[in-house]
Write a protein that binds this ligand. Structure first.
Ligand SMILES: Cc1ncc(COP(=O)(O)O)c(C=O)c1O
Length: 378
């Protein structure tokens, strides 16, 4: 018997719906407690002006090809030189998205015979890159530096002779907590490992001039950082920063870099201006941190814990209840999203409340008031 086309896909979506996990795209609405536009730059006059300047300078909207062919534009290289200086690395490479950067990094740099030990909560893009690569892979308990050490020791004992790679985020996107980077750097040094730090959510928000949380680490020769440009920087793309050999290798062997159209030169220009704004306007992160403290106080009054960052998860557990609470907040005019597995572990469905400069203290007061009502009713 012939099956209907997409039979398996329909069944899969039905199974997701039965678990309250089926997702749909909805237009953005309500006061922003959901975006990663932490510094309010995405729609800012400052970036709109910078875009106009770029257009006035005659920068093309499209690159017209991959970087290794006609797509390489002086603006890409100007951004990379600027980024390397800004983040204190020897070199930088610009990717169209953070997903592509992580996919390229993890698929390409660790070699056969190497070991990647990653935090169990690391982003999907790192997982996808690792799956394409040839290194052995182990997950370590979240934020447990000793677990990383133990994993490398066990692998060496079992005969592992390659390079260990330690892969973490500096600030976790669904939990808002930070990695023990100083301890992980010690583990990396002890084992001659490379430390990869995804700074997606810390870039622009933490560290001097928004350099991120890994900015103070020594041993730059064994450190790779990833700075996505679509979050606090208000643009899009990602800057992978590290030793020159890493850049050279990815340019030669990184398939997502090689076989993909280069980002818009206008975007490269815009990201460079965003880095400049972040470096010269420390009042932006200072205002954000003050707002976060305000939100933490309001949540504490509801008995909800702080995370120490602008990402404030309210763990609810049950998928359907999390979506009911999120729905009630949305109906009240607040864009708060429910996050379900597999984005977060089973049984930890949550609201992910993000504090950005797109809101005022009064918005936070109103949202937390509505949150109290929604939790009581759901
Ligand atoms: C930790 C982390 N890494 C990488 C990415 C991917 O970055 P991008 O959105 O630029 O593809 C994201 C965001 O979605 C992220 O949260």
């Amino acid at each position: 018997m012939m099956r209907q086309p997409f039979h398996a896909h329909r069944a899969d979506l039905a199974a997701l719906a039965a678990e309250d996990r089926r997702r749909t795209l909805v237009p953005r609405a309500g006061i922003d407690f959901a975006s990663n536009d932490y510094l309010g730059l995405a729609g800012s006059a400052a970036l709109r002006d910078a875009l106009s300047q770029g257009i006035a300078r005659g920068l093309p909207a499209g690159s017209g090809g991959s970087r290794l062919l006609r797509g390489n534009h002086a603006e890409h290289e100007a951004l990379e030189t600027h980024a390397a200086r800004h983040y204190g690395s020897e070199a930088a490479l610009f990717f169209p998205t953070g997903f592509a950067a992580n996919a390229a990094l993890f698929a390409t740099l660790p070699q056969r015979g190497d070991l990647i030990v990653h935090d169990e909560l690391i982003h999907a893009s790192a997982h996808d890159g690792m799956k394409l690569g040839r290194a052995d892979i182990r997950a370590a308990a979240h934020n447990d530096a000793q677990a990383f050490d133990d994993a490398v020791v066990a692998w060496r004992k079992a005969g592992g002779t390659g390079t260990p790679w330690i892969a973490v985020e500096s600030l976790y996107s669904m939990d808002g907590d930070t990695a023990p980077l100083a301890d992980l750097a010690i583990v990396a040094a002890r084992h001659d490992a490379v430390l990869v730090v995804d700074e997606a959510h810390a870039t622009g928000v933490f560290g001097p001039a928004g350099q991120g949380l890994a900015h103070g680490l020594a041993s730059r020769e064994r450190l790779i950082t990833l700075h996505t440009c679509g979050k606090a920087l208000g643009c899009e793309g990602a800057l992978l920063c590290g030793p020159q050999i890493v850049r050279d290798f990815l340019v030669n062997r990184g398939r997502p870099f090689i076989f993909s159209t280069a980002p818009s030169p206008l975007m490269a220009w815009l990201v460079r201006q965003a880095l400049e704004i972040v470096a010269t306007e420390p009042e932006r992160p200072a205002r954000l941190h003050a707002l976060v403290r305000h939100a933490e106080a309001r949540l504490a009054a509801l008995g909800l814990p702080a995370s120490g960052s602008q990402i404030l998860p309210v763990v609810i557990g049950d998928n359907a209840r999390a979506m009911r609470v999120a729905g009630a907040l949305q109906a009240a005019g607040f864009d708060v999203r429910g996050i379900r597995p597999p984005t977060v572990p089973q049984g930890t469905a949550r609201l992910r409340i993000a504090i950005t400069l797109n809101v005022a203290e009064s918005d936070i007061d109103a949202m937390t008031g509505a949150l109290a009502d929604a939790m009581a009713a759901a």
